[in-house]
Write a protein that binds this ligand. Structure first.
Ligand code: FES
Length: 163
């Protein structure tokens, strides 16, 4: 006789898990809900940790290797706690040739961070994206959810330094 499937319990009593569980249930708790579930967990917690990835994989019946593969492949997922502010720098071709490279260098030299890192004071996390769909604004960045275009590396770094 097949062993009846039992859903794994949420990692903790934190109410935010309910949001994640509801989103997965809406998709029938099936592997196809993986991206949706990762989004739900990231929205709820701000980032994805091992606990979240394993819980989602176990609930949807997706191997952990695949869950980690997806979570690390897409640049909109972050596996680390975020700083108070988040800056996503577009490193797509249009942005790269129009100044994204200088922005990344500025971050590294002046703020001491590389992509997926947070400044030592916990203020700013740096993330990258492949194309934000705003190429006419190159170089484009998103600061705390606001899309900014034609940014200068020096101005942006100075602004983030002052945060
Ligand atoms: S390449 Fe940056 S927005 Fe498209």
């Amino acid at each position: 006789m097949p062993i009846p499937y039992t859903k794994p319990p949420a990692p903790s009593d934190d109410k935010r898990w309910k949001i994640v569980e509801t989103r997965m249930r809406r998709h029938g708790d099936r592997p196809q809900a993986l991206i949706e579930a990762l989004h739900a967990a990231q929205e709820a917690f701000g980032y994805l940790d091992d606990e979240a990835l394993q819980f989602i994989g176990d609930t949807l019946g997706v191997p952990h290797s695949r869950v980690y593969g997806v979570a690390t492949f897409y640049s909109f997922f972050t596996l680390k706690p975020q700083g108070e502010h988040t800056c996503v720098v577009c490193t797509g071709t249009a942005c790269y040739i129009n100044g994204a490279k200088e922005i990344m260098t500025g971050f590294e030299q002046q703020l001491g961070v590389k992509p997926k890192e947070t400044t030592a004071d916990g203020k700013v996390s740096l993330l990258t994206a492949r194309c934000l769909g705003a190429c006419s604004l190159a170089p484009a960045v998103i600061v705390d959810g606001d899309v900014r275009g034609k940014v200068s590396a020096a101005d942006l770094v100075a602004e983030l330094e002052a945060m």
